[in-house]
Design a protein around this ligand. Structure first.
Ligand code: GDP
Ligand code: MG
Length: 441
């Protein structure tokens, strides 16, 4: 995963947390691979990486984040921006009914989406109606009727037994019926083909012209990856659309299609479908998609929390001390308090790249234990916190009595502290934290 790869970049980054050109290049290279693995189209990746590099070069050096994290943060912000930033809402007509036409390849998920949208709209107090304009496949009308029944909304379909009807005619009549029955939203389901096809496009264009939709939603399967760009371009040129819906996000697709389609067509993504059931549907969230594409939601969360919780100067000073093995119990207490502000320790550990190896050593650090540790350190004099080596047997007894714990607890803490100090010093070396290597820096 990108997290793993970035861990190795992190380990190679040395020095004072400055964004050098080499740091940016190394991180950008990993992110480029991640985007390609997420099926983002190559030209889109190129433009995107160029933009990120430009911005990273001009970025101020962050004290809360290391260079790789800082580049990741920029990448994420740019991704969210390209994916639309704010959620784009449905355009509703000033005079109802609002007409929404669904277009896309066969199997993209249009009919399913019609049901999902209808249910969602109904939940918001609308009175939607579905119109069955896919007369291509024998079961398409029945499928829409089943979906409409589940969603609890009426379906307008051609009378059975009249042979194959004309979808444009059905569309027109459907709108008339919606007006008559005072439905405020009409969802027009259309036929797709397995591939881009002229007749399908012509039919979609004719339906569009007949019903004058307020929205044409291009429905695209997130699993088709690189093909999404060609398909989207063909639909944009052939029919034209005002928004995108991504489906099958419950699969293992990394969502690169979203970025490509958005970037290539310039049209916003409105909704995301993530399952076969009518409830498996959501308004599209650019931030969630960005972290899915990057495949590092956990690291992004960590970055956010690190920025919020850490006093940058204090963190820097502590990092230097950690790396040089001069950490005191006072620092330890401060760091622990800062860390605890960020949430439960176990969660934090899971987010740290490379933290897997530390898990055993830190397994005992449950929250109650941390409370006790805090109490013990607070029971020490400043001199003792500063130089834990001076904490002899009689001092241990005094501290234990003062903080209401057993002497063995104090022993435990002091021993663990010395162990942790040693480990941090070694870790700092691996991650290139400032101060690493003690005398050498
Ligand atoms: P259409 O040809 O564009 O109308 O596509 P359908 O709505 O008939 O969907 C094609 C197939 O994909 C059906 O089996 C649906 O159940 C399935 N499907 C649609 N949306 C999703 C989704 O978000 N996730 C999953 N897993 N399956 C979906
Ligand atoms: Mg269909």
């Amino acid at each position: 995963t990108l997290s793993d790869r970035l861990t190795s970049v992190l380990q190679n980054l040395r020095g004072k947390g400055r964004l050098t050109e080499a740091d940016i290049d190394a991180t950008a290279r990993e992110i480029r691979v991640a985007l390609l693995e997420a099926d983002v189209a190559l030209p889109v990746v190129r433009t995107f990486i160029a933009k990120v590099k430009e911005r990273a070069k001009g970025a101020e050096v962050s004290q809360a984040l290391n260079p790789a994290q800082q580049v990741v943060k920029i990448v994420n912000e740019e991704l969210v921006g390209i994916l639309g930033g704010e959620t784009r809402r449905l355009n509703l007509a000033k005079t109802p009914p609002t007409v929404i036409m669904l277009a896309g390849l066969q199997g993209a998920g249009k009919t399913t989406l019609a049901g999902k949208l209808a249910k969602w709209l109904k939940g918001q107090g609308h009175t939607p109606m579905l119109v069955a304009c896919d007369l291509q496949r024998p079961n398409a009308v029945t499928q829409l009727q089943v979906v409409g029944q589940r969603a609890g909304v009426p379906v307008f379909a051609p009378e059975p037994g009249n042979g194959v009807g004309d979808p444009v005619d059905v569309a027109r009549k459907g709108i008339e019926e919606a007006k008559r029955a005072q439905h405020d939203v009409v969802l027009v389901d259309t036929a797709g083909r397995l591939g881009v096809d002229e007749e399908m496009m012509r039919q979609a264009v004719d339906i569009r012209a007949a019903v004058q939709p307020d929205e044409v939603l291009f429905v695209v399967d997130a699993m088709i990856g690189q093909d999404a760009v060609n398909t989207a371009t063909a639909f944009a040129d052939g029919v034209g659309f005002t928004g995108v819906v991504l489906t099958k996000l419950d699969g293992d697709a990394r969502g690169g299609a979203a970025l490509s389609v958005r970037e290539v067509t310039g049209q916003p993504i409105l909704f995301a479908s993530n399952g076969e059931k009518l409830e498996d549907f959501d308004v599209f969230h650019p931030d969630r998609m960005a972290s899915r594409i990057l495949g590092m939601g956990d690291m992004l969360t960590l970055i956010e929390q690190a920025e919020q919780a850490f006093d940058a100067d204090q963190a820097e000073a502590a990092a230097v001390k950690m790396g040089s093995g001069q950490l005191t119990l006072e620092d330890f207490l401060e760091q622990m308090l800062a860390l605890r502000k960020m949430g439960p320790i176990a969660n934090l550990l899971g987010m740290l790249p490379g933290a897997g190896q530390m898990k055993d050593q830190l397994a005992g650090l449950d929250e109650k234990h941390l409370d006790r540790v805090q109490a013990i350190i607070r029971g020490m004099t400043p001199a003792e916190r500063d130089d834990p080596k001076m904490i002899n047997a009689s001092r241990r007894l005094r501290i234990a009595n003062g903080s209401g714990v057993r002497v063995s607890d104090v022993n435990d803490l002091v021993n663990r502290f010395f162990e942790a100090r040693k480990m941090m010093s070694q870790m700092a070396g691996r991650f290139g934290l400032p101060g690493a290597g003690g005398k050498n820096n």
